[in-house]
Design a binder for this molecule. Structure first.
Ligand SMILES: [Zn+2]
Ligand SMILES: [Zn+2]
Length: 181
């Protein structure tokens, strides 16, 4: 059976982001597999929609598929740009079970909403969205438990409520999709 053995985080034009080590360590702790950072890559050409001032999510997934070298590898893209996809006004992230996902940092920062900067809350949101999208790559659907990281987020309030931990059911499903040590 196919399984995933490592996570590669790909920064899209994100050279200056100060949370790289924290994110790597936190994902390693949660999934128990190797996590590393790819070199910085440019934003996908053609992803920007000038009429909306946002980027389409799908070209990020396509760029990640082209960078991917190993069928056991999960590629997690990170961008500071605002994303949308399909009929949605915006998305926190997007995933494909083919092994790739992307998160947008834009709407995770209090300052986007005119609120004071809060580093602790910001990083918790980043981790929550990253774990959620990786969960989708591992084949997990949305979960009805509002405290599970796989619960659907309609808003940042949902994200803040659920946190970055899997419920026991989802934790078991996630573990089954990871390669045995
Ligand atoms: Zn989701
Ligand atoms: Zn769950």
């Amino acid at each position: 059976m196919h399984c995933f053995a490592k996570i590669t985080i790909v920064p899209f034009a994100l050279a200056e982001w100060p949370w790289k080590d924290e994110l790597e360590l936190a994902l390693e702790e949660i999934f128990g597999i190797e996590v590393s950072w790819h070199a910085d890559v440019p934003l996908p050409p053609g992803a920007f929609d000038p009429a909306r001032g946002q980027y389409r999510g799908t070209p990020f997934l396509e760029a990640l598929m082209r960078l991917r070298r190993d069928p056991k590898e999960i590629m997690l893209g990170v961008t500071a740009e605002d994303l949308y996809d399909g009929g949605l006004n915006f998305i926190f992230g997007l995933a494909s079970p083919a092994g790739v996902c992307v998160i947008s940092l834009k709407r995770l920062d209090n300052r986007f909403y005119g609120l004071p900067q809060d580093d602790t809350l910001y990083f918790k949101r980043v981790l929550t969205e990253a774990v959620h999208e990786i969960g989708h790559v591992l084949g997990l659907p949305h979960c009805p438990n509002p405290h599970c990281v796989m619960h659907f987020s309609n808003s940042l309030a949902d994200t803040d409520q659920k946190g970055y931990r899997f419920c026991p059911d989802c934790a078991a499903k996630a573990k089954a999709a990871l390669c045995p040590k």
